[in-house]
Structure formats: C-alpha cells, structure tokens
Design a protein around this ligand. Structure first.
Ligand code: MG
Length: 278
C-alpha cells in the first residue's frame, strides 16, 4: 500500500514537471516567433526597454533616406524648386497687384530691383524650407545707413531677412545685414566686398498655430551667410515692421517676397532655389 502511494506520488510529480517543461517550451517558442525577421524595422521612438547587447538592436533600415543629387540643376540640388535661374521671372509676380514682376533681368543671369516698381513675390507659397539665394550690392555706392543697397527676403511674406550694403556703412545693430529685421541681430557681419556676390542659405521652420489662431510654436530661422553662421535657430517672434512690435497672427503657407526699398537700391539677385521641408 505504502509502495503504491509512493509510486503514485512520483507519477504525479513527473507529470507536473513534464507539463511545466512544455509550458516553458511554449513560452520560448512564442518569444522567438515574435522576434523581427531580416533587417530590423525599428525607429528611435522604440529605443527603450532593456539595454541592447547586440549592435543590430540599435540599427534600422526603414524608412530609407531619400537620395538627392547635389549640384544637379546648375548648382541646385536635384529636388529643388528653381525660383530664378536668370532666364525669366515666370515664378514671380508683383506683390502690389499680382501682375507680372517688373524687375530687370540682366545678361549675366541675374536680376536687379527696378526702383519703385514694388516688391516681387513667388507665385508659389511655402512653409518650412531650405532657401538658397544670392545677392549683390551695387558697385557704385549711393546713400548711407539704411539707404545703401537695402533690400530683403521676406519668409512667408512676413519675416524679413535684411539685405544691406553694410561695408563701411554703420546702422542700427538690429537692422544690419543678416538680421531678422529688428528682432534677431546677426552673429557676424559676413558680407563680401560691395559689388561681389553674397550667398544666403536659410533654414526656416514655419510657426504653428492652434485652431483658435493662437501660436503654439514660433518660427525659427538659421542662416549661413557666405559660409558663416549668422542666425542660429533664431526664434521669429512675429512680423518685422519698421515701426511697431512684432505681431504673429495665424497664417498658412505664403510666398517668398523680395523687397524694393524704394530708394534706388539696385540690389541684384541670382540663383534662387528652394527645397520645401516637411
Ligand atoms: Mg530691407
């Protein structure tokens, strides 16, 4: 009797042990099946949990980085929208009345502000963007301060990046060349000599507004002037008026505008292209 009881006990223990083993096997099998097959498809957001022990655990392949061919379109990247290449002003209109832009196209592939014909702006509207633009102050110097070679690039038709011939021509600091006009002073005055071509490479992130029209995120601007960083993720507090405080009412995508300052600035522009940033 005792012997039978002992045998029964071993049998019960054996079965229980066997079932536990099967359960563990099942668990391990499930874990393996859930592991990704082939190249891992992970994102930065999933960088959490236990510390990785293999390099593959922190490497991902999707989404793939899009290819852009640099210098593909007369110096512009392959995916750039060409706004001005010297041949015509088809991408631009007069800001005042939306008629054809009236600035002068020159034989060297540039255009010049035609005095008192008004600002010109792109037909197309933009939000966040990478903008390349080249500009030149006239060789023949006229005027002083803000009246010497004054123009400007208005991002989203509102926020002016100042263009000015500041060589031996002091003016108020927050109105110098390269400023976010009257808001963001430039980190450096990096202009080339008067009469030579400057480059602006502008990285702009548009502001964000809620449905009620309140701003939830300011625009920012970064500018490389002739290879020199002059604006470093500068907050755009709002519009850039000559008189008054910045204001920032809700808006969507808007044109890029170039300024006719109205005092015979004769500023030249060439090689203008943009890459919208999503
Ligand atoms: Mg200006």
């Amino acid at each position: 009797m005792i012997r039978n009881s002992i045998l029964s006990l071993f049998l019960v223990i054996g079965l229980a042990s066997c079932q536990q083993s099967k359960s563990q096997d099942k668990s391990e099998t499930t874990t393996v099946e859930q592991a990704p097959k082939g190249p891992a498809v992970i994102t930065y957001q999933e960088y959490s949990g236990s510390e990785p022990t293999k390099p593959e655990e922190t490497e991902f392949y999707k989404p793939a980085v899009p290819e852009v061919k640099p210098y593909a379109k007369d110096g512009a990247p392959s995916d750039a929208i060409i706004l001005f290449d010297g041949s015509n002003l088809d991408q631009w209109i007069s800001s005042a009345d939306s008629t054809a832009a009236k600035w002068t196209i020159n034989d060297d592939g540039s255009m010049t502000v035609k005095n008192r014909t008004g600002d010109i702006q792109t037909k197309q509207s933009f939000g966040s963007m990478q903008l390349h633009i080249e500009w030149k102050s006239p060789e023949e110097v006229q005027g002083e301060g803000q009246s010497r070679g004054n123009s400007g690039v208005f991002l989203q038709n509102r926020y002016e990046i100042q263009i000015l011939d500041n060589n031996d021509n002091p003016t108020y600091t927050n109105g110098q060349v390269g400023t976010l006009y009257k808001q963001g002073t430039a980190l450096a005055m990096a202009s080339v000599p008067t009469g030579e071509w400057n480059t602006y490479d502008i990285i702009y992130h548009a502001p964000e507004f809620n449905e009620a029209g309140g701003k939830i995120k300011s625009a920012t601007v970064t500018i490389i002037h002739n290879g020199v960083l002059i604006q470093d993720h500068t907050e755009v507090k709002g519009t850039t008026p000559y008189i008054g405080w910045p204001k920032n009412e809700a808006h969507g995508e808007a044109p890029i505008r170039l300024q006719d300052h109205g005092d015979n600035s004769r500023v030249g522009y060439r090689n203008i292209w943009v890459r919208p940033l999503n």
